[in-house]
Design a protein around this ligand. Structure first.
Ligand code: GTP
Ligand code: MG
Length: 304
């Protein structure tokens, strides 16, 4: 699936191109790093674990190569059918990439989750790097300790500390990943930053806005489906449904007299306007899809 886009341009003179993916437990900073490398927001991020729910490809264009970066959901112990599907997606991606960057936050101790993931990665043919993320959150000493701990975790081809927020070492990470890509013709057209369909990007921006300010299990229960996009000159009308699992959640998302939903709409609209470069009219409805995370039929309807 991943490799069906291989084109046939630029096969001469040292050109390298290939696929790399970031993996790691939820909240490790994979999507933030993906956006920092691509230079545009193609993946939504949040402080809630399990934000990313599908595989997102971003393309970085360089004169001497092309790095296709695949952001994946955080690997975790699944508690729902959705969780199982997400983990399957992650593992399917592993077998199709040239380079894997295992992301481990600098400010958190290495845990069972990291050990489990790095054990699985050892079985693959891809080059595995360790990426120590969020270095802006720790001092030099703590970073040195973490780098040592990571080096003892597995036999990584390289260990690169980065901060996606400050931008520190991001350029170096790109260069290091590039070294492990195979000689190859260009894979994607020059101006393509992502192959995400527009309606998916828009739905994700709405979900990102909805995640802000909600707690506990609610973030996991939110899904967004964009039903219609109508471009009308310099205005785009967008009709979208925000799904939750229970009526109590619906009340929270809507808020007192609709205040929260209005806020979500305002925030999402600003982001979508930036994406599309037009004014946006956003029509947002909250609906209930009972226990959708565990229901195969509902999952299919919501695109999983
Ligand atoms: N200070 C700091 N925070 C970061 C950095 N990178 C990510 N974060 C924060 O960490 C949180 C999680 O970031 P994400 O990029 O959504 O993490 P993820 O690994 O994609 O998470 P899932 O999609 O849930 O697996 C967010 O609140 C980010 O703002 C960084 O370099 N420095
Ligand atoms: Mg993510």
């Amino acid at each position: 699936m991943l490799k069906q886009h291989r084109g046939d341009a630029k096969s001469d003179g040292g050109y390298r191109a290939g696929f790399a993916c970031f993996v790691g437990r939820p909240n490790a900073g994979k999507s933030t790093l993906t956006n920092a490398i691509i230079g545009q927001k193609i993946a939504i991020t949040s402080s809630k674990p399990q934000t990313t729910r599908h595989v997102i490809r971003g393309v970085l264009h360089r004169p001497d190569g092309q790095l296709v970066l695949v952001d994946t959901p955080g690997l975790h112990r699944p508690r729902t059918l959705l969780g199982e599907r997400l983990n399957d997606l992650v593992r399917a991606t592993w077998s199709e990439v040239d380079v894997i960057g295992l992301c481990i936050p600098a400010d958190e101790e290495i845990g069972r989750g990291d050990r489990f993931i790095s054990g699985e990665l050892a079985e693959l043919k891809a080059t595995v790097l360790a990426v120590v993320t969020k270095t802006d959150l720790v001092g030099k000493e703590q970073l040195a300790k973490q780098l040592l701990a990571v080096s003892e975790l597995a036999d990584f081809a390289e260990i690169v500390p980065v901060s996606a927020v400050s931008g520190d070492q991001v350029e170096l990470l790109v260069e290091v990943m590039g070294r492990y890509l195979p000689p190859s013709p260009q894979l994607y057209p020059d101006d393509m930053l992502t192959d995400e369909p527009e309606h998916v990007l828009i739905g994700e921006l709405i979900r990102e806005a909805a995640l802000e300010g909600v707690r506990d299990e609610l973030p996991h229960s939110i899904a967004v489906v964009v039903e219609e996009i109508q471009p009308e000159g310099r205005l785009t009308r967008i009709f979208a449904d925000l799904y939750v699992e229970r009526s109590s959640q619906k009340a929270i998302v809507i808020g007192a007299r609709g205040a929260r939903l209005k806020e979500v709409g305002t925030q999402a609209r600003a982001q979508i306007e930036e994406l599309l470069g037009t004014k946006v009219f956003l029509d947002l409805h909250v609906r209930i899809a009972k226990d959708w995370q565990r229901d195969p039929k509902q999952l299919r309807k919501l695109g999983f």
